[in-house]
Design a binder for this molecule. Structure first.
Ligand SMILES: [Zn+2]
Length: 147
């Protein structure tokens, strides 16, 4: 992982961080008060935001990264180019979100993950670094490209 600042990112990655910041404003987390935003840029260059949505039982809550990835998929894009997770104290996606992100990485461990914190810290990582032994469609021999 590499620590940097938003000003040192490319313009397109700065825009993706800003989308995650905007998306965080819609977070619904009355139970934990843990507000998180996320944004995905697809291989096609489209961007999609997401935020965490909590449900009182908590088990059915959805994390910001997952909602951003689902937002991308429901709009027809299938491959992530980069993903931003923006939240307090850490922007590193949780283990469950890493699994969801991997589903749409087209087996590319170099997909960029940008962890951004409300304190202004930016961490650059790849999905391969944070999910080094992935379980995915190819693990089961399934070609998802036709879906
Ligand atoms: Zn998560």
């Amino acid at each position: 992982m590499k620590i940097t600042t938003i000003e040192k990112l490319s313009e397109e990655n700065q825009a993706l961080v800003r989308l995650a910041m905007e998306s965080r404003k819609h977070a619904y987390s009355p139970y934990s008060s843990h507000l998180v935003g996320a944004a995905v840029r697809s291989k096609e260059g489209n961007t999609y935001g997401g935020c965490n949505i909590e449900i009182i039982t908590l088990q059915m809550s959805a994390h910001a990264e997952r909602n951003a990835v689902m937002n991308m998929a429901m709009h027809g894009d299938r491959v992530i180019d980069a993903l931003v997770c923006y939240g307090p104290y850490s922007g590193v996606p949780c283990a469950e979100c890493r699994q969801v992100i991997w589903e749409f990485c087209d087996n590319n461990p170099d997909v960029l993950i940008i962890g951004a914190t409300t304190e202004g810290e930016i961490e650059l990582m790849t999905i391969g670094e944070i999910y080094p032994y992935p379980y995915g469609p190819t693990t089961k021999g399934i070609d998802c490209k036709k879906y």
